[in-house]
Design a binder for this molecule. Structure first.
Ligand code: FAD
Length: 457
């Protein structure tokens, strides 16, 4: 009776407990993905998912197997596969988003009722969310306390090797409506094809994740703590989409980084990732509810024009626009600039952070349902352990400080490339900037408006 390994957000063969345990079970293994409309990510992440599936399929083919892709409601598809294959077990690695957990609980009960062995394994986080909580089993609200508690636990388990002797089961005969060919999986954009910039920048896959990690540790690891805030330096790991789709596990990153004496600051960023998942675990509505309820009364502005200018990188503030254009073009944005762009939307434009969260969800290749809302709530001041709302980031000063020579701005806002290092941060001060837009809001006036709104609540 074959073992089904159901891949979801863990597109790797190394450090993959579900796959390893399937091998140990000693029966032929059927590796599957189910494209279930209820659980598909935003457009940019769907582009990545397509590449992730293709790349894992290639790896498994190299081992004599394949990744079989099905489409439909996961529960029904699994039941059908089990019926056709006579499978005796279904294994998967855990996901932690509320919709995923709910689905997995129901599917587990369903399959067990049919007499199957169902097992789920950790692997997407450094520590399971329920293992880092207060003595009264409540979630931590302050990151430093969370991280202290996480660091007091045993280090993440050393990564498991890839299985060596997997025997693959043949795919079951399934109705055409449930089978998907890679070319027709519906995950790629068609008209228009906006993914050119994504293709130039990224190659989804496990091998690529490994290369990216070793390159980072070789070149940038040591200087990370100081250089990470400078978007022109490209000094961060850019592992986020690889982690998001599980091409590499956080435990693999952790152990590789500690072996190379990478600064704690980098490990701590992995901690922020775990913290986000912990927050989501205990607050399933993290993407929709202000964690600080007083913000429910915030007089957010309805400003479709301002929102569109922000989305398209046409606010007239060079650092904000550079970031939003980098996002649109590559599906990724440097963390410092994400903060500046988020703050600009929420404070300068006084637009509800949930609008920004939704835009990022659709355009980021690394979007995940924990990190994105946590960081938005952090920047908007509505979250736990958040930057206070009254601390309004000045986009011009941020630009002068973190992109002093305009390297990053020149890359993404070429209309301004001819300006001096000094003028590039506030081009309106040096006269006509056409075709680059004039600022859509005045910094000082916008700041005062934001503070007045905040005082009202
Ligand atoms: P590095 O600096 O090399 O960090 C290593 C890893 O640590 C990252 O790959 C990521 O997994 C994790 N990490 C780093 N910073 C954070 C953070 N602040 N919160 C959570 N994890 C972190 N990150 C996402 O992975 N998905 C998102 O949807 C997302 N949305 C964001 C939205 C906003 C408004 C902001 C301000 C930040 C968001 N981040 C998100 C966090 C952060 O910007 C990215 O993780 C980081 O820029 C990824 O680049 P990197 O891999 O080079 O990071």
């Amino acid at each position: 009776a074959p073992t089904i390994v159901w891949f979801r957000e863990d597109f790797r063969i190394a450090d993959n407990m579900a796959l390893l345990e399937a091998e140990k079970r000693g029966q032929p293994t059927l590796c599957i993905v189910i494209l279930d409309d209820a659980h598909l990510p935003g457009a940019a992440a769907r582009w990545w998912l397509h590449g992730a599936i293709r790349s894992l399929d290639e790896t498994l083919r190299g081992m004599g197997g394949a990744l079989h892709v099905f489409r439909g409601a996961a529960r029904a598809v699994l039941a059908e596969i089990v019926r056709k294959t006579g499978a005796g077990a279904v294994f998967w690695n855990r996901r932690y988003d509320p919709a995923g957990r709910e689905a997995d609980t129901a599917i587990k009960a369903d399959l067990r009722a049919r007499g199957l062995t169902v097992r789920s394994f950790p692997g997407a986080l450094l520590h399971e969310p329920w293992s880092v909580c207060t003595r009264s089993v409540a979630p931590y609200k302050i990151f430093t306390a969370f991280w202290r508690a996480a660091c007091a636990l045993p280090a993440p388990f050393p990564p498991h090797p890839a299985p060596e002797r997997l025997v693959f089961a043949p795919p079951p005969p399934m109705p055409d409506s449930l089978i998907t060919r890679h070319e027709q999986d519906g995950l790629l954009p068609r008209h228009p094809d906006w993914a050119g910039g994504l293709r130039d920048m990224w190659s989804p896959g496990e091998e690529e994740a490994g290369d990216q990690l070793s390159d980072f540790l070789r070149h940038d690891g040591a200087g990370y703590a100081t250089a990470r805030d400078f978007p022109g330096d490209e000094a961060t790991s850019r592992l986020s989409p690889f982690l998001r789709f599980g091409h590499v596990s956080p435990a693999q990153v952790w152990h590789a980084a500690t072996r190379k004496a990478c600064p704690d600051k980098f490990l701590m960023e992995l901690g922020w990732r775990d913290f986000a998942w912990s927050l989501l675990f205990f607050n399933p509505d993290l993407a929709t509810r202000n964690l600080r309820p007083e913000f429910d009364a915030m007089p957010w502005r309805h400003d479709p024009g301002g929102l569109a200018a922000w989305q398209r990188g046409q606010t007239g503030y060079p650092l904000v626009d550079a970031g939003m254009r980098e996002l649109w073009h590559t599906g990724w944005m440097h963390n410092r600039v994400r903060m500046v762009a988020a703050s600009f939307l929420v404070k300068h434009l006084l637009i509800d952070w949930r609008e920004g969260e939704r835009w990022f969800a659709d355009t980021l290749v690394d979007h995940d349902p924990a990190s994105n809302p946590m960081n938005w709530q952090w920047n908007a001041g509505t979250g736990v352990d958040a930057a206070p709302y009254f601390r309004v980031m000045n986009p011009i000063l941020q630009s002068r400080k973190f992109d002093p020579h305009g390297v990053y701005i020149r890359r993404w806002v070429p209309e301004l490339a001819h300006l001096s290092d000094d003028a590039i941060h506030a081009p309106w001060e040096s006269g006509a900037t056409h075709p680059y837009p004039a600022p859509i809001v005045d910094h000082r006036a916008a700041r005062e408006r934001a503070l007045a709104a905040w005082k009202m609540i």
